[in-house]
Write a protein that binds this ligand. Sequence first.
Ligand SMILES: C[S@@+](CC[C@H](N)C(=O)[O-])C[C@H]1O[C@@H](n2cnc3c(N)ncnc32)[C@H](O)[C@@H]1O
Length: 280
Amino acid sequence: MVKLDMSVVQERISYEELEELISWINHIHGFDFSGYSRASLKRRVTRIMDIYGLDLFDLKGMLVNDHLFFEEFVVQITVNVTEMFRDPSFFRLVREKVIPYLTSFPRVKVWNAGCSTGEELYSFAILLKLEGLLERSFLYGTDINPRVLEKAKAGVYPLSNMKKYSENYLNTGYSGSLVDFYVAQYDAAAISNELKKNTLFSVHNLVSDRVFNEFQVVSCRNVLIYFNTDLQKRVLQLFYDSLCPFGFLCLGAKESLRAFDMTGRFRIVDKFENLYQKIG
Ligand SMILES: C[S@@+](CC[C@H](N)C(=O)[O-])C[C@H]1O[C@@H](n2cnc3c(N)ncnc32)[C@H](O)[C@@H]1O
């Protein structure tokens, strides 16, 4: 087996250079990645440099001169993986422990922060439809990345994804079929207009943007894991401020309120799927 002498393998970017790049991007484009975990950022920037065959000097040149390249850079820096009914146990517990309370609100506004291409938001729309709440609900999907939001607005997904999404859906405990909520067109599945009617997708950066409405539910999953503790605290405060009294914060299995002093502010609704209710 050939052994690599790691001392001669050239790093594409050092941690010092990464710091410099982060403040430079903030200066030029106003995008602040300083609260993102460094290990993941370094891996992603290295990957971009590999794909395009760029050194740091060329990378900066492209970032400043080529707007489309900058957009692509943001796509690559942020992880956009998502699914409909991702982690079915999350939706099962939302159904069991959150929905019964929502019936007492005259209007249900849901904010799906870091919604990526929209599958999570449409899953919420289906849940609300099945529980008879969709007509009085409005769902807002936001993300830092305008490219994923275009896909979310279109609500058209590869038909081949629907097998996995249907399995997820059935694992939430609902009967019937996901087919009732989309129209198959050749190799694509288009989310039904009934679900899209009460949705709005727009750019919102959790790092720099503020409260924009008051919600009964805020759901943000698989986003905070990319942030450091300070940024997590700031974003959790933003969610707290965005919730109405007795509104619900849904974080999912990977993220919790550990970084946040929640004494007297939230009660734990489910400790595995990190569902919380604002009480203070
Ligand atoms: C892994 S996806 C999660 C998608 C979905 N919530 C889920 O769990 O399936 C993370 C999303 O967070 C978004 N994101 C990253 N940083 C963000 C920020 N500062 N503000 C808003 N969204 C952000 C990314 O663009 C990406 O679409």
